[in-house]
Ligand binder design. Structure first.
Ligand code: PEP
Ligand code: MG
Length: 758
């Protein structure tokens, strides 16, 4: 069949199906008519429809096979060619059906006279609900154009079958069974915790309700516009490098771009529209065809690309259907566990924290800001779960156990029981940690350490009091900017800082000035932060603030006024050279003087400190320390720069260990130097919130940690069971001559000394 013939045939079929769907006939009569229409248009001797009923594929209508076989011929999933198609969801196109190893002879059909065979799965809402098969007496395979025409028909059939209520919801077929089967998926532990909830997709899939177009030209215009919009979106994302709305990575964006501009893709969609489909159905039809082809080519690299194309096709359908919102904008209805490829920190913050119980990502890394935000929100996150968006379906029941690094999908009774028992044990442990609330973080050898918390969300203030911490060692002021659609005004900033100071009472709070840029994309500053090859090393944090003095001046005033009558601790992020600290401090001082001149109440003291997260600063500490009131080591950025390993890149996220001698020696050197200069020094990166890492840090001489609130209990328990003096001696020995596995060495030592490593 030529291309033009196939196009005419599928148009004919669709027009015919359109009439059948509109008719008032009984479902069976409709199907009988459908097989006639298809058979005639494709000049196919046999055309049959099998539908899934109670797990079995039943011949529902046929042209060409014996009519006596209708409702009599039944095939189990995986049985015969039809069963194989339904089970695999894949197309079969054979010139000689009988020579296929899975051919199953059903005498009542009289099909022995036919040689060629093509079968297409009928898919409704990502589930196989039947099979459409055509057969010919000639032994010849069907052309590509014919297969495409059949796929078009199968899509419309799916709609017809659904409307005729012929979809068997109680089906227990293998496909459905696979999709309802309990399973355990594993991933990387990003934010430890446990949660129960239903799966919600960050970018919900669109269910295609209408497949046959009323007006083909109107559908073409819709797709044309959607392509324009999608290309615009992709260009914007690509220009923002790592700032992708879904946290997309650069190479992903490049692939997106390639596909978005692929003429072949848009041409195929157009051709599908020509055949009479709606825009949504045409995109999905082309996607189904691509999927089928990809299955034939067994290449992991291509599979990865297919994944990107799926994303893009989904995006295009969402644009066409006008469903652009994320699940956050649509509103969560139940306890939900969010499923996404990746997320940006601002996107996560849009969710209702009371209903968002957990997150499962296909990508993600330990120190990416979205992980830090989730940790601050107390939401467990499991990352790098392969194929999660294919294996989990919207609405699936999930048990998330990040302690163990897994998520149970559609759990069995025994899985649920084991989970509940573990949850109870965890709650018990949490209660034990909570009991340490009033206990000081004092080592067995009598060293009183300081354990503070990292915060940034208004709600963290409550967590601070609960955890019995010594203060806020890092208040990430950019969180307020990330959640806001517009630049927060000075009054709003001041109110937040004042509330935080009030809630913390006598305990100190260290406010870090804005650290935006990098993966902390702020929509209203986007235009200025575009086109960076390496945003983490680009125009971010203090670098941006010193160039945009207006922003920093507003924040300085808000902080100084909020701390009237109290001590204000200000910390500057990403200081690379001492002059940057000097300039930032001078800017704050100028604001203080201005406020004093205008008779505003002032803080009784302003203490200035900075973060050490750029390695070069360590070489300039001798110059800087005399000017500093305190220092905070940000191990998240520091380690990414020490190892030249992007903290957000899933491929290298766990390649380097925080307990490597390089990092430990570096930190020991800094801590010794600040100790000699009498400058209080805190560790405020995620490293300090993990018991074994925190133990190692204390062994290096660190005596102040600022960590995630949820970890305070565990860290206190560790400290209270630790002989820091003895460890310090051992650390020096280990760092002089590092053992092959420092992590294991530390774990063994902790175990021998009964140090509480939760
Ligand atoms: C750090 O880099 O370690 C740090 C605490 O800052 P942030 O994670 O906010 O970049
Ligand atoms: Mg940092």
């Amino acid at each position: 069949m030529s291309f033009a013939e196939a196009k005419t045939a599928s148009r004919e079929i669709l027009t015919g199906l359109h009439d059948v769907m509109a008719s008032r006939n009984h479902a069976q009569a409709k199907l009988n008519r459908v097989v006639e229409i298809i058979g005639e248009a494709l000049t196919s001797e046999v055309c049959s429809i099998y539908l899934l009923r109670e797990g079995v594929l039943e011949l529902y209508a046929t042209r060409g096979l014996n009519q006596d076989a209708v409702h009599v011929t039944k095939l189990a999933m995986g049985e015969g060619l039809v069963g194989v198609i339904a089970e695999s969801g894949r197309i079969l196109n054979l010139d000689e059906a009988t020579s296929h190893p899975d051919f199953a002879y059903k005498p009542e059909t009289g099909e022995e006279t036919y040689h060629s065979f093509a079968g297409i799965p009928i898919i409704h809402r990502e589930r196989t609900v039947g099979v459409l098969a055509v057969q010919h007496a000639d032994p010849r395979p069907y052309d590509d154009v014919e297969i495409e025409a059949l796929q078009t028909v199968a899509m419309v059939l799916a709609e017809l079958i659904a409307n005729a209520e012929l979809i068997d919801d109680s089906a227990t077929d293998a496909e459905t069974a696979r999709q309802t089967e309990a399973m355990r998926l594993t991933g990387q532990k990003l934010v430890v915790g446990m949660a129960e909830g239903v799966a919600v997709f960050h970018q919900p899939r669109v269910n295609i309700e209408h497949t046959v177009a009323d007006d083909t030209e109107a559908e073409r215009a819709r797709v044309y516009q959607a392509f324009g919009k999608m290309r615009e979106q992709i260009d914007t994302l690509a220009n923002q490098a790592e700032f992708g709305a879904g946290g997309e990575h650069k190479d992903v964006l490049e692939t997106y771009k390639m596909f978005a501009y692929d003429e072949g893709w848009s041409r195929r969609i157009n051709a599908a529209i020509d055949s009479g489909l709606t825009a949504e159905a045409a995109i999905e039809r082309v996607q189904q065809r691509t999927r089928a082809r990809m299955h034939e080519i067994d290449d992991p690299l291509l599979a990865e690309r297919m994944h990107d194309l799926e994303d893009l096709a989904n995006r295009l359908i969402r644009i066409v259907a006008g469903q652009l919102g994320t699940a956050a904008q649509l509103g969560l209805r139940n306890d939900s566990i969010l499923i996404a490829r990746n997320l940006g920190p601002a996107e996560l913050l849009e969710y209702d924290r009371r209903r968002l119980k957990g997150v499962v990502l296909e990508e993600g890394s330990l120190t990416a800001h979205v992980t830090i935000v989730a940790r601050a929100m107390g939401v467990p996150v499991l990352g790098r779960v392969a194929n999660v968006r294919r294996l989990i379906h919207e609405g699936d029941e999930l048990l998330l156990d990040v302690e163990e690094g897994s998520v149970y999908v559609r759990p069995s009774v025994s899985m649920a029981e084991a989970f509940e028992a573990k949850l109870a044990r965890m709650q018990q442990k949490r209660a034990e940690f909570a009991a340490l609330r009033e206990s000081a973080p004092e080592t067995k050898c009598g060293r009183r350490l300081k354990v503070m918390v990292n915060a940034g969300l208004r709600e963290d203030v409550a967590a601070l009091n609960l955890a019995g911490a010594d203060g806020i060692g890092l208040f990430r002021t950019e969180f307020q900017f990330l959640v806001s659609a517009t630049l927060p005004r000075r009054e709003a900033q001041q109110k937040l800082y004042k509330d935080v100071l009030e809630a913390t009472g006598d305990k100190p709070v260290i406010f870090r000035t804005l650290d935006i840029g990098g993966d902390k994309a702020v929509p209203y500053l986007r235009a200025e932060t575009t086109r960076e090859e390496n945003p983490a090393m680009g125009w971010r944090a203090l670098r941006l603030s010193l160039d945009r003095e207006g922003l920093m001046k507003v924040q300085a005033r808000a902080l100084i006024e909020a701390a009237a009558g109290k001590t204000l601790n200000v910390m500057f992020p990403m200081v690379s050279e001492p002059w940057e600290f000097d300039e930032a401090r001078a800017l704050f001082e100028s604001q203080r003087v201005w406020l004093e001149d205008h008779h505003h109440m002032l803080p009784h003291d302003i203490r200035y400190g900075c973060m050490l997260e750029v390695p070069a600063l360590a070489e300039a500490l001798d110059q800087l320390l005399p000017r500093l009131d305190f220092l905070s080591i940000g191990t998240n950025d520091l380690t990414q720069f020490l190892f030249a390993a992007d903290r957000a890149d899933p491929r290298i996220a766990d390649r380097y260990d925080w307990l490597s001698p390089a990092i430990l020696r570096f930190i020991r050197r800094v801590v010794r130097q600040t100790g000699e200069a009498g400058v209080p020094t805190t560790i405020c990166g995620e490293m300090g919130g993990r018991p074994i890492e925190a133990m190692a840090l204390i062994g290096l001489g660190v005596d102040q940690l600022s960590i995630t609130p949820a970890a305070v209990g565990a860290i206190k328990a560790m400290i209270r069971s630790l002989d820091a003096g003895e460890l310090r001696g051992r650390m020096d020995e280990w760092l002089a001559e590092p053992p092959p596995d420092m992590r294991q060495t530390l774990l063994d030592w902790a175990e021998q000394r009964s140090v509480a490593i939760a």
